[in-house]
Write a protein that binds this ligand. Structure first.
Ligand SMILES: *Cc1c(COP(=O)(O)O)cnc(C)c1O
Length: 357
């Protein structure tokens, strides 16, 4: 989809959200994207949200909590925070492009998140992606960064076997491994898959906004020296998180509770979607909700706009950033998910006419 069409879609969704807010306030809106951009800040940090004062306290705290959240080792590993996961990725590719020529990228299902190929393009790195492990392995060498996506935007997961193989082969061949674990850091944990750093990845990035109630920031962790380099490159281009975001990231990591995610998983597992079968709507359950299958991108967007306008339900197909997946998807790991019943959601989707051409 071209950029201007994407911006039109985003603007239309924002106008619909504004209209809902004007009519019925925040309670008339149900964000079921799984990305809710929570922004809680500890009271004792509120007077520290300044350019230089805040980071003096927050960067050390983020380093400590971030390494822990991503199961790194204190001492060997470090962590730093960026404006978005995409910003951490851009900063990482920018930094690694000084020492490496190519990027190969294993994704459990194509296509990858656009931030990786687009960043490679900016810094002249040759880019190759595949969902076939052997195809990736054949291209790993000491001039190549090996990127692994832990879980796609549609929640397809890379298994331990594949990840460990790729990491070990990359290590033997002198390549650096960078794990894009935006949602995967938590999603894979729920599937009892090991953390990226524990498997030996050099770097991992995760989103504070995916299966997590934090702001839309990216947390990068891994080899301390590399993280320091990437952070200082990022500083030159304004990619690093500012004080208020850092404070909200700290609270989000402190409040993270995997039991809440497990409850959302249970809801996703037990929701009865049989009525979709009767209506001829095909669907697929995901670990954290479900998605509608067999419809075009256009149908998904139309349906998502109807869901927003008529039922106050926000989905990524309507309000997602340009380039985000156009799958019509409901995510129970959203902070508004507890406010509405399964019936409300199912009836809303049927009324939004996903099958209409
Ligand atoms: C969401 C996501 C990103 C980017 O996150 P932003 O918050 O949009 O910057 C990158 N990679 C993957 C796999 C993602 O799911």
């Amino acid at each position: 989809m071209d950029d201007s069409k994407e911006l039109n879609r985003l603007n239309k969704a924002r106008a619909l959200i504004k209209n809902k807010l004007d009519c019925s306030g925040r309670n008339g809106i149900y964000d079921l994207t799984g990305l809710s951009g929570g922004f809680e800040i500890s009271k004792n940090y509120l007077n520290l949200l300044e350019t230089y004062v805040g980071p003096a306290i927050f960067s050390e705290k983020i380093n400590e909590l971030g390494v822990k959240h991503l199961s790194g080792h204190e001492g060997a590993h470090g962590a730093a925070c960026f404006n978005r996961t995409s910003s951490a990725i851009l900063s990482t590719i920018m930094t690694l492009s000084k020492s490496f020529k190519n990027v190969v990228h294993f994704v459990p299902e194509r296509p990858s998140h656009p931030s990786i190929p687009k960043s490679c393009n900016i810094f002249g790195m040759k880019y190759f992606e595949s969902d076939l492990k052997d195809e990736i392995i054949s291209k790993i060498d000491n001039e190549t960064v090996t990127v692994i996506t832990g879980a796609t935007m549609d929640h397809k997961i890379t298994s331990r076997d594949i990840a460990e193989d790729l990491i070990n082969i990359a290590k033997n061949k002198g390549s650096i491994t960078f794990f894009d674990d935006a949602s995967g850091a938590r999603l894979r944990k729920l599937h009892n898959e090991p953390p990226a750093l524990e498997m030996g990845a050099d770097l991992v990035v995760t989103s504070m906004d995916k299966l997590m109630k934090g702001p839309r920031a990216g947390l990068l962790a891994g080899n301390k020296e590399l993280v320091d380099k990437i952070y200082s490159e990022g500083l030159k281009f304004g990619l690093e998180a500012q004080s208020p975001i850092m404070a909200a990231v700290i609270k989000a990591i402190e409040d993270f509770d995997i039991e809440e995610l497990k409850r959302a998983f249970k809801r996703a597992e037990h929701i009865d979607l049989n009525v979709f079968n009767k209506e001829g709507v095909s669907y697929q359950k995901t670990p954290t909700g479900f998605l509608i299958k067999g419809i075009s991108e256009e149908q998904a967007i139309t349906s998502a706009m109807n869901l927003l306008e008529n039922f106050g339900i926000i989905t990524i197909a309507a309000a997602g950033m340009p380039g985000a997946s156009k799958t019509l998807r409901i995510d129970f790991c959203s902070k508004d998910a507890d406010k509405i019943s399964d019936e409300y959601i199912i009836n809303a989707i049927l009324a939004s006419n996903p099958l209409k051409k």
